[in-house]
Ligand binder design. Structure first.
Ligand SMILES: *[C@@H]1O[C@H](CO)[C@@H](O)[C@H](O)[C@H]1NC(C)=O
Ligand SMILES: *[C@@H]1O[C@H](CO)[C@@H](O)[C@H](O)[C@H]1NC(C)=O
Ligand SMILES: *[C@@H]1O[C@H](CO)[C@@H](O)[C@H](O)[C@H]1NC(C)=O
Ligand SMILES: *[C@@H]1O[C@H](CO)[C@@H](O)[C@H](O)[C@H]1NC(C)=O
Length: 447
């Protein structure tokens, strides 16, 4: 049992530690802050279909699937037999052979080929893998559009409509916004009102277009010009982010990966505009004069940082003044590596640093992979430890891959769009939970 003294110590230490620690929030854009692939329109409806599909569960009829022509999309849906009576994040019953509808589409109907991980630059080059994977990805996108027109989808129309209603801004506000989730803005107001020091880092696999749209809405909010938030503290003014590709800004940049080792992981800062040639450069494991090559293809001068330690130091340094940052992640390398976490968004942390609490908030795209079920280190553990995931979390001290489980709701937040859309306090609650767990972790580990 804890003595009164130790409880008091805990409370004092908590207040002190939190006051001291800088909060660095990496926010993925896609499906975490905005629920469409582009401003409003059709993209949002497809994504909401997908969110419902991810939360309804059923069995796969393999025999029928084997006999069904892949172009017969409506009948493909009939190869999955629903057991859910309402959308739920976790399966309604415990059975290994239960898949949510979206996993069924991704893993059974349109799976990616299993590319060799040991030999990332093998016979089929990364660029070629990208093209082959794209065919499967396009198939998934097309089939999701049919959802409400199928016997499996039709019963969920009310749920789809209800999420859409929550996402669509009132007419008076609408025009030209990507509709960043209100819960995000509420978090910023909450932290500001508590005088909690924080830095936002936007992370995305998306392109310049996506980043500009999100930044535009974010900057309007910070300057008190967002029609839904007219009364914001003036200190937020400083959080505005500049992403003009013609003006150098050390707080923006992009990642580039072209191999599995730390020397093949780079952060470029200065511009968010990524030279096109990087997509082809990833075919080469060794690139001489990389910094020069990239710079000769860039409008503004870029700095290159190689390896996890160096990336950690750079990101920490930039986060120090509380200004907003934004980094584009290297989608291509992740995709050609079977969308596994070791090739995903680079996230370097130092769990022994008591002055900084970094949190990465993101959506797990792929929750369950039938190919992983029987291999030891890839056991499916609910949403705990996906070997397929988008976060490449490394220890800054060693460069080692970190297991995710221990750090969920501490350094990692799995955003469930289904919850984040319905609960305006979602982000506030999650950040508070992370702070609490991190303090406990710091005290237990004697920092
Ligand atoms: C379906 O096809 C796959 C490969 O073509 C085969 O391994 C599997 O046994 C088949 N399953 C059924 C239930 O027919
Ligand atoms: C699948 O259906 C399409 C169009 O209905 C047809 O052209 C194609 O030959 C069929 N494929 C198989 C393997 O039966
Ligand atoms: C899981 O579901 C399948 C298909 O309905 C069934 O055959 C199997 O016995 C179930 N397994 C368990 C552990 O309940
Ligand atoms: C979201 O991800 C998709 C690929 O899954 C990509 O095509 C799109 O550009 C991304 N959008 C944003 C805003 O990041």
């Amino acid at each position: 049992m804890r003595s009164l003294q130790s409880i008091l110590f805990f409370i004092v230490a908590s207040v002190f530690a939190l006051d001291m620690a800088r909060l660095v929030l990496h926010f993925d854009i896609n499906k975490t802050l905005i629920m469409s692939d582009s401003a409003g329109g059709k993209g949002m409806e497809d994504l909401v279909n997908q969110i419902i599909m991810q939360n309804i569960w059923g069995y796969v009829n393999m025999e029928k699937l084997n006999k069904t022509n892949k172009t017969d999309r409506i009948n493909l849906y009939n190869c999955w037999v629903c057991v859910s009576t309402e959308p739920t994040i976790e399966p309604p019953l415990h059975n290994e052979t239960l898949y949510n509808l979206d996993d069924f589409v991704s893993n059974f109907v349109y799976p990616y080929p299993e590319w060799s991980i040991e030999d990332p630059n093998g016979e089929i080059s990364p660029s070629e893998r990208l093209e082959i994977n794209k065919v499967a990805r396009d198939g998934r996108t097309i089939i999701r559009k049919d959802f409400l027109n199928t016997a499996q989808g039709a019963p969920w129309k009310t749920e789809v409509d209800s999420l859409l209603n929550k996402l669509k801004a009132p007419e008076s506000v609408g025009g030209g916004f990507v509709n960043i989730l209100p819960g995000f803005f509420d978090l910023l107001l909450h932290l500001t009102n508590k005088n909690r020091d924080f830095t936002i880092i936007f992370r995305t696999f998306g392109d310049m277009h996506d980043i500009s749209l999100v930044t535009k809405e974010f900057n309007l909010f910070c300057s008190g010009l967002h029609p839904r938030y007219t009364n914001v503290p003036s200190s937020l003014e400083l959080k505005q982010l500049l992403v003009d590709p013609n003006i150098p800004n050390k707080n923006v940049g992009f990642m580039f990966l072209h191999g599995p080792s730390a020397e093949q992981v780079h952060l470029f800062t200065g511009s968010i505009e990524r030279p096109l040639l990087l997509k082809d450069l990833m075919n080469q494991q060794e690139i001489s004069n990389l910094e020069e090559v990239v710079n000769s293809n860039s409008v503004v001068p870029l700095e290159m940082y190689t390896g996890y330690k160096s990336i950690y130091n750079t990101v920490s340094q930039h986060a120090k003044d509380g200004r907003t940052c934004s980094y584009r992640d290297f989608y291509y390398w992740w995709n050609v590596n079977n969308e596994r976490s070791h090739a995903g968004k680079v996230y370097v942390v130092d769990p022994s640093d008591t002055k900084t609490l970094q949190i990465f908030l993101y959506v797990i795209f792929i929750s369950k992979d039938p190919n992983d079920l029987f291999s030891d280190d890839n056991v499916y553990m609910g949403h705990e430890s996906p070997s397929r995931g988008i976060i490449n979390m490394r220890d800054s001290r060693t460069g080692e891959n970190m297991r995710h489980e221990q750090f969920v709701d501490m350094l990692l937040v799995h955003v469930e769009p289904f919850d984040a859309i319905r609960d305006p306090l979602f982000f506030i609650k999650k950040v508070e939970l992370c702070e609490k767990k991190w303090l406990e972790y710091s005290l237990v580990n004697g920092h």
